[in-house]
Design a protein. Sequence first.
Length: 936
Amino acid sequence: MRRLALFVLLALVWLASGCPRSSDRYGGPVASREQPVIPDVPTPTIEFVGCRHIEAGACHLDQGREAELSVWVDIQAKAGIQVTVDGEPVDAPSVAADGGQRLSLQLAPQAERVEIDASPAWTDPFVLRLVRERVAAVVTEAEQLSREGDPARAIELLSAALEPGDALPPTERLAVLQRLRRLLGGVDRSLALGRTEEAAELARGIGRTRDLADCAAAATVLSIQAGDLANAQRWTQTLEAAGADLPEARVWGRYYGGVLAARTGDLSGSVRALEDARRGAERLGMFRITLVASEQLATLLAELGRGDEALAVARDVLASAAAPSVSCQDRARALGNVGWINLLLAEAELPHDPARPLLEAQLAAVDEGGACPNPYNAARVNLALVALAEHEPEEAWDWVRDAAAVTVPAYLQPWVAEIEAQIGVATGREELIPALVRRPDLGEGEPGMRWIAIVRHARLLEAYGLHDAAIEALEAAELLLEDTLGGVGVDPGRELFLSGRRASAEGLVDLLIRAGRIDEAFCRARLARGRTLRTIDRAARIASLSPQQRTDREALLFGFMTARDTLAAERRQDWEFSAPERERRERRRADRMAEAMALLDRALGMVSDTREPPSCAALPPIRDGELTLMQFPAGGGGSWVFVADAQGVSVTPVVDPPVLGHRDHDHEHDHEHDHAWARHVLDPNAARLHAAEQIRVIPTGAGWGVAFHALAFDGGVLLDAAPIVYALDLPTRPDPSRGAADLARALVVANPSNDLPQAQTEASEVERRLLGGGWTVEHLQGAAATGQAMAEAMSDVALLHYAGHGTHGGPSGWEAALVLHDSDRLSVIDILALPRVPAAVVLSGCDTATVNEQTLTGGMNLGRAFVLAGASWVLAADGKVDDALARDIGVSLYERAADAAGAHGQLDGAAALRDAQLRLRSQGVPGWQAFRVVVP
């Protein structure tokens, strides 16, 4: 069986050599002996936080006050570290963090010097001088007033100290401004922003980078709260610039950059930034940033449909928020955010924890009489949403009334109006329905939240018989998804984001069919189904790039591939290192791989960004002699089956397709339900199916689990009627330009893992048949079959035949790969990054066409990656296949190799596969239906 295997990456690392030494314990000469030399150990990367100011190896702290420094050392977790303060050893608790160790240092007011070393000793120990700065008396007095509950008097005192007559030294004036802007933040945000920017300019002028970063972070928050995203972006750039020298600023910059990216729709960039911020905050012990970054990250992951990841992060947040050191306000916010995350996951029908207990616990904390009262809290509104989801509109009405009786912040008003409208429909309270006349306006909120509101609004319109208005609303929801996908990366984000947002497409198609607008419904179903793949179908768009854009894109792709190959080479050296050191190395590589993936995102995004708005005209036309059979999920359960050919488009409602056991290829489907479904779908269109020269199948969702070519039809199977292809249904694109030299050139890759004897036999016979048909063949076998060799060889051939292992894994299939020699892999990402792929591709291995039935377009796999990269057709297998069966199919394809060579390399994969599969079926060979041909 060609199955997924686990591989350990191996390589060699240079060892330090010994040097000869002569000695004799008795004083006489002896022969030279090899003695080990302990190599110099350079000081590792060390980062720390907790200083007021940092310059020239000195950490500035408040005079006369104790201080705490958090120090991160890039050294494996089991290494011994020694810390001294003023020459005296101290106990510095250490925890593993981000592949290194984080130390917590408690410093007395008189401490002057910290020294850190390890065993074996570093070439130079790390030394940090401690410099004390006088705390202005007015700051001390203001802090005391604030603790006593009189912030107004503290603000007055600090403001007076800044009057022109008071000539404070610059550092003390800065300290006064810092304390004042913090106090103003809870009173007047506009004044707070003014004082913050004043403090930032002073800090910049006197070279206080730490203070500048502190002010920049505060200015970013205040600007976001004021809705001034441009100003927030400017301050985030200040943070990023300061982050080159200041670890704290780097973490703040990534966190606020992630928040801004989410606000502007760049969800993929936001996830990357928040992951960086979370990791950096954990590294440095910045607990509050760790908590809020985790909350934001989990929310975004839920938005993207990455449910398992979102749930794991959300649970981490709850565990962290339960710590005794966490404030009531932070804990309440965490409870509410995690509750909201679980609401999003539930809405998308993804795994989730109950939201109600979390929101009730939050309300208990922030309600009047709670540990930290906050009338602006969203707990009641969220609990109303929970009640609606549980079909309890009266309870939802109670929560909404309670919220209105307290205070509903402005940003929650659209949600309250929407909830009231839903309650009105469910309970007959007509006075709550006026919200129907206008679409919810959620401003620049998260795209997923805006989409939810629009879809719910459309459902209300439909419930009141306003079908045209409901169609218009659902079209707006679909357009929002199109716009949002421009900011979702080429990773699993696109498909998983859409997996929980099928309601707008399904509802729109349902309404159009009911309105008799069948052609329009067919178009909308196709557009929705292909949305994810259209945005990364670079082959359809590269031709429209300018010469400079092409150059820029190639530079980004080459940068990605160089980084990827460098990291792979480093990983092959890991076997020489201890487990903790391997973990540390992998952490560092993860950072660099994230940067490489960002390059790939930008390269593919250059193509996506040039696309016009989706339209029916951009979809592939129905070809002469071809029949298109499309299954699309219906909103209330079941499916629609569209049939389109020269006669027009028709649609039939059917029950959900049979999917149980569809990958158990060792047995024929022989279930009554399967036959009944096939009869219901196919029999009404029998004449049209028999007349077709080729059948193009466009499955969606659960339909990906159906082997349409093996469905019972007219005493045989559908494949008897005509060759069948499975279409991604991508926009029309120009034929790829092929040089005359590569028209009858083929690449055969055989048994790279050296454990599939039948694959070796298959490749030899394939090569023999191709050579006999006039083809030129390049052969990569065993150790020669590496990713680099394959990439280079594919650049000038018309046909690739791969006989080996395939894998399918990761969210929505994005970790699928061809397994090559010595654990090398050619992954989906690698394929998408290739400058050119063959027009025809045969992947004779397991899982090369395996799909995810929870998504409209089936997720990613190896076959469709080649199509997206430019292949005209790909033959691949859904699920596991027997080695002997794969050999038989693979060899049978080339019985007409000579005809293909004479036809300029245009081997007809669908016709060849049909001949092979029908022969195997007639012989009673099990599993014949596993293979299929995928086309654009």
